[in-house]
Design a protein around this ligand. Structure first.
Ligand SMILES: NC(=O)c1ccc[n+]([C@@H]2O[C@H](COP(=O)([O-])OP(=O)(O)OC[C@H]3O[C@@H](n4cnc5c(N)ncnc54)[C@H](OP(=O)(O)O)[C@@H]3O)[C@@H](O)[C@H]2O)c1
Length: 298
């Protein structure tokens, strides 16, 4: 298949491009700058320079492709996420670029849109499982960009077209966010949000990349994508072991957690998310878990 990927130079996009190329697809990666070109070509794809806020440029980039995959994001790393303007770029990407991408994909004649989304929109559900039909907890204004993005992707699925929305678990691997968490663990600093007994659903970048290939087989709908959920206490131990630290990763004191704001509040939620629907529909399975030795170098 001919597939166009936006966000192709990002952590997630690079994994998606590599996995799609390895599966034998003809892939075009979109970047806004010349220095993104060798990154995309290094993964075996063709690069095109385009502005993701310009629907005309996007339409030209997407023409002749069967599928468009949008992995765009700009998530602030570490505690910089608490700064008031830290999410401005990420918001703009989800609010404006994702809508432009869905519109341009339709105009360019693509038949399928695969949109990256997140499990962080689900409510805290304690130790109960969360399936795709669970109502989202997105009333706070901070979620508006993600909700707008979802609506634009759903609107693409008209006139026989297909939209697959992947609600990805918390990414981990050799990315900046996890690297910062491992460093903090080694230094004995507090890093984890939520309570030790809360659940977390993790997704290694490699498995995330493969999920975009599997999603080519999926019919229109929402799908959770993550590994076997574990408690945050277990994640703290896995982080400690992987970091070769003296003990598990430490939790941020409750009193500090109470004032972190809506953006990071999602990381306090207990999210025991089931990916059964995606696994049954596509055959995808998580292959790298937080207890797999060396996961931060894979
Ligand atoms: N579910 C999750 O847990 C989740 C989801 C997403 C990210 N993350 C984490 O967040 C960290 C950062 O990853 P990221 O994917 O957000 O960032 P990233 O790896 O820096 O990727 C950003 C991508 O979006 C594009 N981009 C960024 N800002 C843009 C802008 N203003 N205009 C146009 N394009 C823009 C970049 O394209 P250009 O080539 O044009 O520069 C790049 O391809 C990583 O540690 C990642 O694991 C976690």
């Amino acid at each position: 298949m001919r597939i166009a990927v936006t966000g192709a130079t990002g952590v997630l996009g690079q994994e998606a491009v590599g996995a799609l190329v390895a599966a034998g697809h003809e892939v075009t990666g979109v970047t806004r700058r010349d220095r993104g070109v060798p990154v995309i070509e290094g993964r075996g794809a063709t690069a095109v320079v385009a502005d993701v806020f310009d629907a005309r440029q996007l339409e030209r980039a997407f023409r002749g492709h069967d599928v468009v995959i949008n992995t765009l994001a700009h998530v602030p790393v570490d505690m910089t996420a608490m700064r008031p303007l830290a999410w401005r770029e990420d918001d703009k990407l989800h609010l404006e670029a994702s809508a432009a991408i869905a519109k341009a994909a339709a105009l360019a004649g693509a038949r399928k849109l695969i949109q990256e989304s997140s499990v962080f929109m689900y409510p805290d559900n304690g130790s109960e499982w969360i399936g795709e039909d669970e109502p989202l907890a997105v009333r706070d204004r901070a979620f508006r960009p993600r909700v707008t993005e979802m609506r634009a992707a759903v609107d693409f699925a008209a006139e026989g077209r297909t939209t697959v929305i992947l609600r990805l678990g918390q990414l981990f691997g050799r990315d900046p966010q996890t690297t910062a968490a491992l460093r903090a663990t080694t230094e004995g600093k507090t890093i984890l949000l939520g309570k030790p007994e809360n659940y977390i659903t993790l997704l290694h970048h490699r498995d995330a990349g493969r999920a975009f290939v599997s999603a080519l087989r999926a019919s229109s709908g929402f799908y959770n994508v993550g590994g076997e959920p574990i408690t945050r206490e277990r994640w703290a131990k896995d982080l400690g072991r992987e970091a070769k630290a003296d003990g598990p990763a430490k939790f941020i004191p409750e009193i500090t957690q109470a004032v972190i704001g809506a953006r990071l509040e999602v990381q306090r939620r207990s999210l025991r998310v089931s990916s059964l629907r995606f696994m049954q529909e596509t055959g995808w399975r998580a292959t790298i878990g937080p207890s797999t030795p060396g996961w931060s170098r894979m």
